[in-house]
Ligand binder design. Structure first.
Ligand code: CUA
Length: 357
């Protein structure tokens, strides 16, 4: 088959429509008006420093793209083969090649200056008497948050005081995860056997959403977190409440739930007899809390949290009931198995857990 020189095959209308749809899809995917994890709207100094670096490199990249693509298109049109004329060929141009090596090298060296400065700024360990330390332990698939200065442990929902630097110590116990609160700071990997750190602060009160951002298994997408930035006095009140033991019910369904939590079911419907305390700590509950957070979240003040199961579900009675019926159905790959609980046992456990304010 022969084709006339200089003629390109034409795309059919179907192909053109498909290409247009692709461009529109890519363009509109970035246009959500409600994007709580939008790193382009930094809400703290660390995210802002990183955002400034992003903006600088982005616009330099845009300029390079326009220049390079412009030259390519220009050369393609200007020197293409036409009927009766062959495409022009060029063989080497030492001066041009020297420019093409030196200019990008200078550009990279120039970008390195603000990059390295930002790296040192955001990696600096914060100092001062108001620093809040939080140890983050990433589990498949939830976040353990320990506040060593206060001596309590919580899960998936962080509280921080506005205006104060927060210094995270990040530890992994199973696979690699990555800790990311897009509006407050860039990602930091959480690696088993290696301790990482991250510093951030939030000047304004608000709820900031976060997400595990390193693929870690079946429920990677369900490994979310929330950061509640609140005025220092409100944070202090929260931390003092979290430091207190749970109030343990003495009668009714909640008391039966507490007994089930510690001892498991006597009738053997808890397979093998494991009780909730084998994995979950509740401070103030007899026999519980000896190994806080070893496997599952500390539940001391469970009912005061807005969400559970990797901050994926609202903490409502109906969601908790569904969860206790079959955890892996709500969070695939969950370490908490379907315990085969009866309706009565679930009612008692829900009454107990939803009383842990
Ligand atoms: Cu943890 Cu993805």
């Amino acid at each position: 088959m022969t084709r006339k020189a200089g003629r390109l095959p034409r795309a059919g209308p179907g192909l053109r429509a498909l290409a247009a749809a692709g461009v529109v899809a890519v363009a509109t995917a970035g246009c959500s008006s409600h994007a709580p994890q939008d790193f382009l709207r930094p809400a703290g100094p660390v995210a802002r420093d990183e955002g400034n670096l992003w903006n600088l490199t982005f616009w330099i990249a845009v300029a390079i793209f326009v220049i390079v693509e412009g030259l390519i298109v220009f050369a393609m049109l200007r020197y293409r083969s036409r009927p009766g004329r062959r495409a022009r060929q060029f063989h080497g141009n030492p001066k041009l090649e020297a420019v093409l090596v030196v200019v990008p090298a200078l550009l990279l060296a120039g970008i390195a200056v603000p990059t390295i400065r930002t790296i040192f700024t955001v990696a600096a360990k914060p100092t001062g008497s108001n620093v809040v330390n939080v140890t983050v332990t990433a589990h498949q698939f939830w976040w353990q948050f320990d506040y060593p200065d206060y001596g309590f442990s919580t899960a998936n929902e962080l509280h921080i005081p506005t205006g104060a630097p927060v210094y995270f110590t990040l530890k992994g116990v199973d696979v690699i995860h990555s800790f990311w609160i897009p509006r407050l700071a860039g990602k930091q990997d959480v690696v088993p056997g290696h301790v990482n750190h991250l510093a951030l602060s939030a000047p304004h009160p608000g709820l900031y959403r976060g997400q595990c951002t390193e693929y870690c298994g079946l429920s990677h997408a369900n490994m979310r977190l929330r950061v509640y930035a609140e005025p220092p006095a409100a944070f202090q009140a929260w931390a003092e409440h979290e430091s207190q033991d749970a109030s343990i019910p003495r009668s009714g369904a909640a008391a039966r739930g507490a007994d089930l939590f510690v001892n498991g079911a006597k009738d053997g419907t808890f397979p093998g007899g494991p009780a909730c305390v084998n994995c979950h700590a509740i401070n103030g509950l007899r026999n519980a809390g000896t190994r806080p957070g070893l496997i599952g979240p500390d539940l001391t003040h469970f009912a005061s949290r807005d969400t559970f199961a990797g901050a994926t579900y609202s903490n409502t009675e109906s969601n908790l009931r569904r969860w206790l019926e079959d955890p892996p159905a709500m969070k695939p790959g969950s370490d908490m198995p379907d315990l085969g609980l009866t309706r009565q046992q679930i009612d008692d456990l829900v009454a107990f857990l939803e009383g842990l304010k």
